[in-house]
Design a protein around this ligand. Structure first.
Ligand code: 13P
Ligand code: SF4
Length: 319
């Protein structure tokens, strides 16, 4: 299909019109470009957006995020249309765990409970007992008996971090996010010397040495809450750069410095998958109701259970 648009189109306005015409909702992740965050009905982290997806009365959900997030929304809403502006918006972490390999891996650990991070495909969720996000991973793991044998997949950094704060000894899948693994400890410490009054704040997907020097560790929404409540003025932010848009909006007088990556020639603070979505693609996908997320029903049914368990625990614990 040939699609005609031009650079003078006011996409934000057209998106707003289409949204009310079609009773659609736009769920935008904090890592989206600022223009997309600003046109979204809800901006949040993986957990908040999954919670919104589970309760929205809209007929169409447009997920301004990456594939696994839109897939989670579809798993929860089999009868709704769930759209993703760019089907190539994947996730290196979700890609690090192919379902056939994980199925083989699980066979080595009979009797283990599988806790999987939401950054996985529907096929992996279908092989899991309970899902978690970075916001609720600690509480989800702690909701299981202390002697429960657990496999945690796929993020080894988050898994290691949860092991360290809960005293559990979960078996970890060897996966990682290419954005969060690239931060340079040395450069972060140089920045800290330059700004001695700053606070280092990190997402738990970062490697252990970065987490060890951090003043605060949390999901994107906890990082945002932390900077809003903090009396400090300068923050070195070790996560994807998109969150700085909300931090700056909430705290216009505070200073946010993106943590530098090892390779200063790359735009490593940006997740190239998150940044594949543009206002133009968002407009086109809402207009054409395409590309649409489709999931095989057999997989969807199995994947829904561990997500519902997570939502139920999060609601009970008010996370
Ligand atoms: P959040 O759980 O903070 O939304 O993290 C999502 C993500 O993709 C981190 O890389
Ligand atoms: Fe996946 Fe990392 Fe991008 Fe998050 S930042 S979507 S974990 S590749």
């Amino acid at each position: 299909m040939e699609i005609k648009t031009d650079k003078f189109t006011d996409y934000a306005q057209k998106i707003r019109e289409l949204k009310s015409e079609k009773n659609a909702v736009i769920l935008g992740h904090y890592y989206q470009i600022p223009e997309i965050q600003d046109v979204s009905d809800f901006v949040g982290d993986s957990l908040a957006l999954a919670q919104k997806a589970a309760t929205t009365p809209a007929d169409i959900i447009v997920f301004a995020g990456v594939h696994f997030m839109a897939e989670t929304a579809k798993i929860l809403n089999p009868h709704k249309k769930v759209l993703l502006p760019d089907m190539n918006a994947g996730c290196s972490l979700a890609d690090s765990i192919p379902a056939d390999k994980f199925e083989e891996f699980k066979k080595n650990y009979p009797g283990y409970t599988v806790v999987s991070y939401v950054n996985t495909s529907a096929a992996i969720k279908a092989l899991s007992d309970i899902v978690c996000t970075s916001s609720n991973a600690k509480q989800i793991v702690e909701s299981l008996p202390a002697d429960e044998k657990i496999i945690f997949a796929p993020d080894k950094n988050l898994g290691n971090y949860i092991n360290s704060i809960t005293g559990r000894n979960m078996i970890l899948w060897n996966g990682a996010c290419h954005v969060h693994e690239k931060f340079s400890l040395e450069k972060i410490l140089d920045l800290k010397k330059q700004y001695p009054d700053s606070k280092i704040i990190s997402h738990p997907e970062c490697e252990r040495p970065v987490l060890l020097v951090s003043d605060f560790i949390g999901s994107t929404s906890s990082l945002l809450n932390y900077v809003v409540k903090s009396e400090f003025q300068i923050f070195i932010v070790a996560t994807e750069s998109g969150i700085i848009h909300q931090m700056q909006k909430a705290c216009p007088h505070k200073k946010f410095i993106p943590a530098p990556p090892n390779d200063s020639t790359c735009a490593c603070n940006d997740c190239q998958f998150m940044k594949m979505n543009t206002l133009e693609k968002l407009y086109l996908c809402l207009r054409n109701e395409y590309p649409e997320i489709i999931i095989e029903e057999k997989i969807r049914i199995r994947a829904e259970l561990p997500i519902r368990r997570m939502l139920e625990i999060s609601q009970r614990l008010e996370i």
